[in-house]
Write a protein that binds this ligand. Structure first.
Ligand code: SAM
Length: 244
């Protein structure tokens, strides 16, 4: 079933008109029509079933709230060194599917890619739209927020677990820190990733002084766009999947 995020308040057994952008997507692109059902997520982040009453305007009867939980039990905030080319888009889309709560980018010392300051606002708008599409596609209840942060701001962020995905830790055989952090059942987790050139020793020591812990993500050195996706997958396995 198709899911849409709406700014309208959702209450069971009420009739509401949805925004023109949703009307266009649902009716013109997906060719839904009267009687079809869809899922809506409103400002309360609680999905509801809804039935289309009229296509233009797109008027729906709001049904019961859906109880199936799709959010990761750990609010994961990824902070990625600005990568080259279209990789930021890929990180935003895939990390949203995998459950990230927030995604930030930072101007890392060893990054070759730089974002012109006058283009950042437009970039973030595009990333936010990509995140919304991915959140709808993956049946999330929350669209992750996307922004740009500085190293100094990173040192002041709070979370139950604050990790640095560090390639040098992986090369030194570090395999326990992520599992140990997850064993403490954090409700929130920040993970920092370097760009293609990796993290500089100054960045790592600055973050360590602020309480961040370096972790290895296995013996293979992953591409800058792969490492955050690995971390989210590992968090899912360690917090959502169960054996017999
Ligand atoms: N240029 C670096 C090198 O040659 O060692 C590799 C950088 S890697 C492409 C980009 C980022 O992904 C790293 O800075 C780190 O944050 C993360 N990363 C990749 N593989 C990792 C691993 N096995 N363990 C921890 N972090 C990893």
């Amino acid at each position: 079933m198709n899911r849409f995020f709406t700014a309208r308040a959702l209450h069971a057994d009420t009739v509401i008109d949805l925004e023109p952008a949703i009307q266009k997507h649902a009716i013109q692109v997906l060719r839904l029509s009267e009687g079809d059902q869809l899922e809506l997520v409103g400002p309360e982040a609680l999905p509801h079933l809804a039935t289309i009453l009229t296509a233009a305007p797109l008027r729906v009867q709001v049904g019961a709230a859906l109880t199936r939980r799709t959010e990761l039990p750990v609010a994961v905030h990824l902070i990625c060194g600005i990568p080259k080319g279209e990789k930021a888009e890929l990180i935003v889309q895939k990390a949203t599917e995998l459950g990230a709560a927030a995604i930030s980018f930072f101007n890392s010392q060893w990054a070759t890619a730089k974002w012109a300051p006058n283009r950042v606002v437009k970039k973030l708008e595009r990333f936010q739209a990509i995140a919304q599409g991915a959140a709808e596609q993956s049946h999330r209840s929350v669209v992750p927020s996307i922004d740009v942060v500085t190293l100094n701001e990173m040192t002041k962020l709070h979370a139950d677990a604050r990790l640095i995905a560090y390639e040098e830790s992986a090369k030194a055989g570090e395999t326990a820190a992520l599992v140990a952090a997850m064993a403490r059942r954090p409700q929130s987790l920040i993970a920092v990733f370097g760009p293609e050139g990796g993290l500089s020793p100054v960045e790592v020591s600055t973050l360590q002084s602020a309480g961040y812990v370096p972790v290895g993500l296995g013996p293979r050195i992953l591409r800058t766009e792969t490492a955050p996706l690995y971390l989210l997958s590992a968090v899912s396995v360690l917090s959502e999947l169960q054996g017999d």
